[in-house]
Design a protein around this ligand. Sequence first.
Ligand SMILES: N[C@@H](CCC(=O)N[C@@H](CS)C(=O)NCC(=O)O)C(=O)O
Length: 231
Amino acid sequence: MITLYELQAKDPRLAFSPYAWRTKMCLKHKGLDFDRKTIFFRDKDTIAPANSKTIPVINDNGTWVADSFDIAKYLDDTYSDKPTLMGGKPGRAAAAFYNNWSTMALAVPMFKILVKDIFDLLDEDDQTYFRSTREPRLGMTLEETVDHRSENLKRLEGNLIPLEMTLSGQNFLGGDAPNYLDYAVFGFFQWARLTSNIELYKADSAIAAYVDRMLDLYDGYARNAVGLNSL
Ligand SMILES: N[C@@H](CCC(=O)N[C@@H](CS)C(=O)NCC(=O)O)C(=O)O
């Protein structure tokens, strides 16, 4: 059995980490059963055996693997009889680009837009940890980020253009069916929709239709997740 460790908000049902969402979608794609254990930001001891300070980590019958991209590669290597996530070496090389592109082009501006909403969902002890680690990174208080939302939304809008163009011509980044490329990117949209009501893209965009298709996968697995509006 595989156990996935991921972060929780104050309410344990709200598991919001974009990187953990990548892993959950990968596990669903592979058709693998898994348990989930949610931890707080401050509970790093639980994942120490994985030699990681970040989630997601998985424990697959005693084997610890950390980092969403490494977990996806591990799943493809270990469960090669199940549907592939990346489709061999050239696919894996392309996936590395999507992995890094989505983090830099999507997660960086999204983080600045969402950070105060995420903070509001955490319990008090995690709020203390989150503020003390994030404010130095942001170079401002969490409250000040709210005044910078519109400039970050503009930056995100520009970064989304290649995605909008691509998804106007195909259903998934993987083509006719989703694969790792989609999970790498979708994790960030899921993070946003579970933690905030800020509109990051137009309701009539190809991206909106795409997010809807991703939410339908695996019997609506991501759609049924608890978010701020269903607490
Ligand atoms: N490269 C890592 C990034 C994971 C990551 O940044 N996770 C965040 C949560 S979204 C985390 O665990 N942060 C712990 C902390 O800030 O203490 C991956 O892809 O898994």
